[in-house]
Design a protein around this ligand. Structure first.
Ligand SMILES: Cc1ncc(COP(=O)(O)O)c(C=O)c1O
Length: 351
């Protein structure tokens, strides 16, 4: 067998910036790429998003806007989250646009996007009269809302939110404002939600906003997660692996130890509940996940050697493990899988 294709590294996330560029180019309309939370765990991806055609970048916090400026990014920035006074000063200093639903913020920033809450029930104002009053300020440059069920095709709440927002935008009657509403799911699902700009996060990373298969929307997963085989041992029937002895060999079998664990974000809920790829084959994770190690049953696969590459998310040959699969096993969403990879996982960007 050939040697491992990558030199062994304990916990490595490889991020394909070309995939991010192509995913951005694939999205409709003017694109605001959402790169908050360290690019959904993908690290420094802003330049790739801009190269893919994004004209705006959105973040959640003022600190994230400042970090983009420190990295030399000069694109339009939108800080979407709630802001303390100190945050607001920092956002303005970073020359970012901010989102407002109170007079205090609307009056304090040079460029403001008024957020009308049409049914997300989180940030923004549900008070139409107040939103209309705020929208009349001369420093307002945008109008926005956010959908709560765009990822549930056929859901009526989405249509109701969209109708409410359209009626608000018409009532404001300022065609010079940048109007935006769509997240990735809405952008892929309904052209009526596109307005002047779409705010896409999950899709630019090549994950499926509908939690199934990104390929169905011609999106390419940008992130893969790798480790290596640190030890291979033969277990006799009845021998156990890991804390709590939650798995015991039913018959003689080979077991590999992989030095990645919940300290890297490979969550403990995946104990006895995930596969990894080694030498192009799927092998089940067995036993409890530790902070720094997992154990994998190899069966009779005696060709596996110390140093072999292990893929936890990504492709080896014909086999692929998507973040969506990992999310399903954990009862969560793909967003949380990549955001949850800890700082201990090195990010390697390539094109
Ligand atoms: C206000 C707002 N707009 C857009 C997005 C992007 O959403 P998605 O990653 O589903 O495209 C987010 C992300 O949570 C958001 O909070």
């Amino acid at each position: 067998m050939p040697a491992a294709s990558l030199s062994p590294e304990r916990a490595l996330a490889r991020i394909d910036l070309g995939a991010i560029e192509r995913n951005c180019a694939r999205l409709p309309g003017e694109l605001c790429a959402v790169v908050k939370a360290d690019g959904y765990g993908h690290g420094a991806v802003a330049e790739a998003a801009l190269a893919g055609g994004a004209s705006w970048l959105a973040v959640a916090t003022a600190d994230e806007a400042r970090a983009l400026r420190d990295a030399g990014i000069d694109a339009r920035l939108l800080v979407m989250g709630a802001l303390t006074r100190a945050d607001l000063r920092m956002a303005v200093h970073a020359d970012a646009d901010v989102v407002a639903w109170t007079d205090e913020v609307a009056e304090a920033a040079p460029r403001v996007h008024v957020k009308f809450d049409t049914g997300m029930g989180r940030l923004g104002t549900t008070d139409r009269a107040r939103a209309l009053r705020l929208a009349a300020h001369s420093n307002v440059v945008g109008l926005m809302t956010h959908f709560s069920t765009a990822d549930e095709p056929g859901d009526e709440h989405f249509a109701a939110q969209l109708a409410e927002f359209i009626s608000f935008v018409e009532r404001v009657g300022r065609p010079e404002l940048t109007v935006h509403a769509a997240n990735s799911a809405a952008a892929l699902r309904d052209p009526a939600s596109h307005f002047d700009m779409v705010r896409c996060g999950i899709a630019i990373y090549g994950m499926d906003p509908f939690h199934e298969d990104p390929a169905a929307h011609e999106l390419e997963p940008a992130l893969s997660l790798h480790s290596y085989v640190a030890a291979v041992r033969r277990f006799e029937a009845g021998e156990s692996a890991g804390y709590g002895r939650t798995w015991r060999a039913e018959r003689p079998t080979w077991v590999a130890t992989i030095p990645i664990g919940y300290g890297d974000g490979w969550r403990r809920g995946l104990s006895n509940n995930a596969d990894v790829l080694i030498r192009g084959r799927r092998h089940p994770l067995v036993g409890a996940i530790s902070m720094d190690n997992i154990t994998v049953a190899l069966g009779d696969a005696t060709d596996v050697e110390v140093g072999d590459e292990v893929t936890l998310i990504g492709r080896q040959g014909r086999e692929q493990i998507l973040a969506e699969e990992v999310a399903r096993r954990l009862g969560t969403i793909n967003y949380e899988i990549t955001c949850g990879l800890s700082a201990r996982v090195r990010r390697e960007h390539f094109r």
